[in-house]
Design a protein around this ligand. Sequence first.
Ligand SMILES: C[S@@+](CC[C@H](N)C(=O)[O-])C[C@H]1O[C@@H](n2cnc3c(N)ncnc32)[C@H](O)[C@@H]1O
Length: 400
Amino acid sequence: MVSQLSIRDLEQIDAGIRDKYKKVAAAPGGHFRYPTGRDGLKGLQYDNQLIGDLPDAVADSFCGVGNPFSLGEIPAGAQVLDIGCGAGVDALLAAKLVGVSGRVLGLDLTEEMVQNANKNKKAVSAGNVDFQVGGIQKLSGMEGRFDVVISNGVFNLIPDKEATLQSVYRLLKPGGRLFMADQFASQALSKDLKDRVATWFQGEGGAVPEMEFLAALKRVGFVDVERVSETGFNSSPKTIGLLVRARKLDAEEQTSQTPQKIDVPYTLPESRSLPAPQTVTIDDMATRALEMGAKKAKVIDTDSVAIEKWVKWKCIYGCPMYGKNGYHPPMTPEIDEVREVMGEYSRAILLSGEEGQLLTEIAWRLEGEAYHKGFYKAFALTALSMGTGPATGAGSPGST
Ligand SMILES: C[S@@+](CC[C@H](N)C(=O)[O-])C[C@H]1O[C@@H](n2cnc3c(N)ncnc32)[C@H](O)[C@@H]1O
């Protein structure tokens, strides 16, 4: 979604966030539709024991939209990252849970918020928490460091949510968890992101539908992706507050899920610099597919491709490969996303052959060659059918 925003829009969003949260840092009340401060913490059912001894000045600086601590345990000794920590209330509560053997890092884009967080840290004499000004990109070099990442009311403000989720994934240790509360679009918002810049800072314009966000979490590699419950708080009539959690694969799962490398010879074009200008047609690329070993290669209009739910149901309810690896549901893209991808293209090359794995390899090679010949948007999609009936077509166990 970020691609529709110009650099100017992104700068406007960035400046708008800092400007709004500078004001919130000066006086937290009155900026949101939902209760903030101690009323907010109580309304979101933060554990009384956890928040009981927070000084009022600290509790009053809370402006989160949910209770990430309700999503799972943060054990003693854990390393925790709070993205968009604001004045640091959640980070300080996490610091209490992890104890002296653990450590918490709070990050926030707004300098005044981080100043407040440091004041709050002093007020509760927490020695195991640090606050830094900035976004998640600041943390390169800290990959695999954190057991838990929390965030509260921040993702809706981030333009490139998927890139941020990728960073979160890298920063987590294997088996690490993401606990988050946020605002999601509950009804259609303008498709044009530029229209949405105006309402971005009210927690509306940057909100995406929950399905879109959950799909992005899965694409990034998270497992056990769960929309746990509604928070009951929303920042706009067009949004809904949700609690979401997800887990990074642990080391053992990562090894067993790594797709096998297929040893098919592939020579890169001589120049790996800029792709050559387009000198070939899509029909030439279809011929290349045959040379690479596809049995049939046909240029088709993408309009003629039916993308229907039943294809996925066949896998969910009948395919022995369901859930076995990243090439099969539930880890494959959502139907709506496949439709969206297809909508970006007018023509495609439909490949068929005897052996699914080989066809997939041909599709990858074709995508690479097409890119280097100037088809910059070239994209390989594979559908490996295991069932019978309309998904496969007689004598065509794999199509790409
Ligand atoms: C609704 S407030 C929530 C603050 C805090 N999590 C809490 O619960 O009190 C959102 C915070 O996210 C910060 N923020 C927005 N975009 C950010 C980004 N890309 N990286 C880090 N912080 C960001 C804002 O400065 C603001 O302090």
